[in-house]
Ligand binder design. Sequence first.
Ligand code: VGL
Ligand code: ZN
Length: 200
Amino acid sequence: MTGQTALLVIDVQNDFCPGGALAVAGGDQVVAQINAMMGEYPVRVLTQDWHPADHLSFATSHPGAEPFSLWDAPYGRQVLWPRHCVQGSKGAAFHAGLRADAADLIIRKGFRREIDSYSAFFENDHTTPTGLAGYLRERGVDSVMVVGLATDYCVRYSAVDAAKQGFKATVKMDACRAIDLDGSLAEALGDLKSHEVTLA
Ligand code: VGL
Ligand code: ZN
């Protein structure tokens, strides 16, 4: 069983939808399309951003720091986000309309206080694996279709890492929405193209 394509649904959670703590414009608009795609893929993986309340990617964990400022973390530059996707909170739950029951695997990321994890494959040190690559290989997957939130952060890093891990990676752009912080969307598109990720 090789040659299968997995659908990777990135972070379609309440906090990234309108009204959420780190709302992405139109974040909820991807839900219907993603639900419709679920039936077309033999392997379906959802990711869930899943932070402890004192996570170091939160501005609130750095006295005096403003949300969206930068912190020089031991593993590199880290945006300090508004507190979001706290483990077990309503904000961390999947959007109520998402067909989460259709998932084969739910992978949680960003659960270690000291390190953020944008990618579904590696934490932000780019070396600590989440286990997803091994899971996909054992399921006979050789390509991934990436959708969800946000295009310029978790979708970007997940798709680039998928390509680096040898999977053929495609991002379905109209099933994604971006944060677009200081040109981050343009930078993400350049990064995706330079890693031979297909933008569909
Ligand atoms: C995300 C910022 C912080 C994302 C997660 O899902 O793109 N962005 N945590
Ligand atoms: Zn996060």
